[in-house]
Design a binder for this molecule. Structure first.
Ligand code: 5GP
Length: 183
């Protein structure tokens, strides 16, 4: 598969969601993929907007039907995946596609779309990450620990990405993303 695909990854609570929202408001022409997940919605999250919230059986069906471009089990038992058809259709229309997915998903997409651009968003330091995660307050202590473990793993594999963006100042980080994506 070919296409203009950019993957934005980064540890938990680094602000990827806010960055992608900023990108989208500046460049509404971008196609931002909506993932399927078995996670329960956080307050304010809307099915079909932030994620497609599905149960395990529906996720199994998506896998069985080869309906996912990639998928991964993250933070223990929650599964997340990129629905294949909307991405293929956007690529066919010549649109620029943004995937906000984890490192294991990024590796799978790179196998299928070798020219995909991989961008890793990092916090200014680990304390900033802990502060943001605590401020969000949507996870149990076990979930926080699980997310931090994933974060440490991802931070240790930053060299697999083409570009690193430090999310210290939101405006500057968004500018940097715009430049890297070539908008
Ligand atoms: P959250 O539960 O905080 O929304 O997301 C947790 C993690 O799942 C984040 O690292 C996010 O990038 C990742 N993620 C979200 N959607 C997908 C997806 O479709 N595929 C993969 N592999 N990871 C995803």
């Amino acid at each position: 598969m070919t296409g203009d695909v950019t993957i934005i990854s980064g540890p938990t609570a680094v602000g990827k969601g806010t960055l992608v929202a900023g990108l989208r408001s500046r460049h509404p022409e971008l196609f931002v993929s909506i993932s399927a997940t078995t996670r329960t919605p956080r307050p304010g999250e809307i099915d079909g907007v932030h994620y497609h919230f599905v149960d395990d059986a529906a996720f199994d069906k998506l896998i069985a039907e080869d309906g996912l471009l990639e998928w991964a089990q993250i933070h223990g038992c929650t599964r997340y995946g990129t629905p294949r058809a909307p991405v293929e259709q956007a690529v066919a229309r010549g649109e620029r596609v943004i995937l906000e997915i984890d490192l294991r998903g990024a590796r799978q997409v790179r196998e299928k779309i070798p020219q995909a651009k991989l961008i890793f968003v990092v916090p200014p330091d680990m304390d900033a990450l802990l502060d943001r995660l605590a401020a969000r307050g949507t996870e149990t202590p076990e979930q926080v620990e699980c997310r931090l473990e994933t974060a440490r793993y991802e931070l240790a594999h930053q060299d697999e990405f083409d570009h690193i963006v430090v999310n210290d100042d939101l405006g500057q980080a968004t500018d940097e993303l715009v430049r890297l994506i070539g908008l």
